[in-house]
Design a protein. Structure first.
Length: 327
């Protein structure tokens, strides 16, 4: 996703060509707005202006509704396109009025029949790409369709690199903990969940840019009557085992930024006890020597398969070489 102001100054020939094509028959919107009444600039008027800007200037809902219409099949259907385009024009006007609301103190109220038409298009879930653009869950978005932004999905092949834990014994969450037998205090989980609920990280930014957000969460957790390593253990036990409170990966991003140093120390300490397991069957490696990653049984099976494959390739190369000489 790119900001509209940035998209206006790009030099990509394809984007310019598409923009010109889609501007055919399009004219600027004209609508009658209002001006706020004149009044002296006082402390009270400044406060009302700031309060109005915060409470009445949220364009998020309107912008999301515009996205829903652009994502709809109706806007690509010749029979319903005109009605869908009219909804876009109405919502675009509404969006502009909301943007200027702090200055004008005016918002229009759509007639009942117009409101009903708009509701047909907006009483639905968000487009599929919001899963990545706004971190929405699968049940909050529509199925993927052929709308323009959703087509980006087709430009990228699904990553062939996957990590699977078919056998959960390969990962033992206790390796991350100082005390695996710790009893969880629900207040700790709730406090952490509330502290991270609305916090957002600036992805791709330097760590210092996220320092204030991380610092606020740490300050909140330090008010609890527990040591930080105890809080760390409680969070790990719920995130990786019980899943009573934390059921998605978002909370883990903050967790490793805050408690990553404690987790690292625990891993170093616990690796001999929990970390050495066979990569094939998941059984613990006993009396491991050197850099072996398989138990004796799996190593024997792996070696047999490896030698058989090497012989097959050798025979294939010999056959290829012989056929070339005969020519």
């Amino acid at each position: 996703m790119v900001d509209g102001d940035k998209s206006l100054v790009v030099q990509d020939e394809t984007i310019i060509e598409v923009a010109k094509r889609n501007q055919q028959g399009t004219v600027p919107l004209y609508y009658n707005t209002r001006k706020a009444p004149k009044e002296p600039v006082t402390s009270d008027s400044r406060y009302r202006g700031l309060s109005t800007a915060f409470t009445g200037g949220n364009i998020g809902i309107c912008s999301n509704n515009i996205s829903k219409i652009k994502n709809s099949q109706e806007i690509r259907n010749p029979e319903t396109k005109q009605e869908a385009m009219d909804c876009l024009r109405w919502l675009c006007m509404t969006n502009n009025l909301v943007i200027d609301f702090a200055k004008t103190l005016y918002k229009s109220t759509p007639p009942k029949e117009v409101k009903e038409i708009i509701s047909k298009y907006t009483n639905r879930k968000l487009p599929a790409f919001f899963k990545y653009a706004k971190d929405k869950s699968d049940n909050q978005v529509e199925e993927i369709n052929d709308c323009i932004v959703n087509r980006i999905f087709t430009l990228y092949d699904e990553s062939k690199f996957k990590i699977k834990f078919a056998d959960k014994r390969r990962f033992d969450y206790r390796i991350l903990m100082s005390n695996p037998d710790i009893v969880i205090n629900d207040n700790v989980l709730t406090t952490y969940k509330e502290a991270t609920r609305y916090a957002k990280l600036k992805i791709g930014k330097e760590e210092i840019c996220n320092a204030p957000v991380i610092g606020d969460i740490i300050s909140t957790m330090q008010k609890l009557n527990y040591a930080q390593y105890e809080i760390c253990d409680m969070l790990i036990k719920d995130m990786f085992k019980e899943h009573r409170v934390f059921k998605d990966s978002r909370c883990k991003d903050f967790f490793f930024r805050i408690y990553g140093d404690i987790v690292y120390e625990n891993i170093v300490t616990n690796k001999p006890k929990y970390g050495l397991v066979c990569v094939d069957c998941g059984e613990p490696l006993v009396n491991n020597r050197g850099n072996r990653c398989r138990c004796p049984k799996c190593q024997k099976a792996y070696r047999t398969k490896y030698l058989a494959e090497a012989k097959r390739k050798s025979r294939a190369m010999s056959t290829s070489s012989t056929s070339k000489k005969s020519r």
